[in-house]
Design a protein around this ligand. Structure first.
Ligand code: THU
Length: 128
């Protein structure tokens, strides 16, 4: 799938964001290595710390469906280019340190960066 199309999916889904507090809508579209797309939005909560970002929503949906291998995630917001927060960077690092992060203020100015650039030397526990 073209990254521009993935970004368009993030743009569309951001309209479903639940953002009564910040009014900052974010949409994410996560592409698996096999070419499936899982979307997500930010879901805020009266207890602010309970808020989940669009990126993690998309990942949690995909992981829950058995997916483990991801190649790219596009992020779109109602307020210009949005780069993933620190918690989301660490969350994504668990599964795919080299995933392409696609951001931009609109589809004509996309930036593609590997997660390892946004989170150098991320933390992972060794598993057997
Ligand atoms: N947010 C995301 O969903 N993703 C990002 O990359 C940055 C921040 C959300 C969290 C909160 O609902 C709102 O944007 C303002 O921080």
């Amino acid at each position: 799938m073209e990254y521009r199309e993935l970004y368009r999916m993030a743009l569309r889904v951001k309209e479903n964001a639940y953002v009564p507090f910040s009014h900052f809508q974010v949409g994410a579209a996560l592409l698996t290595e096999e070419g499936k797309v899982f979307t997500g939005v930010n879901v805020e909560n009266s207890s602010y710390g309970g808020t989940i970002c669009a990126e993690r929503t998309a990942f949690v949906k995909a992981i829950s469906e058995g997916e483990r291998k991801f190649s790219a995630i596009a992020i779109a917001s109602s307020g210009g280019e949005a780069l993933p927060c620190g918690i989301c960077r660490q969350f994504m690092y668990e599964f795919c340190p080299e995933i392409d992060i696609i951001t931009g203020k609109d589809e004509t100015s996309l930036r593609v960066q590997p997660l390892s650039k946004l989170l150098p030397e991320g933390f992972r526990l060794e598993t057997e």
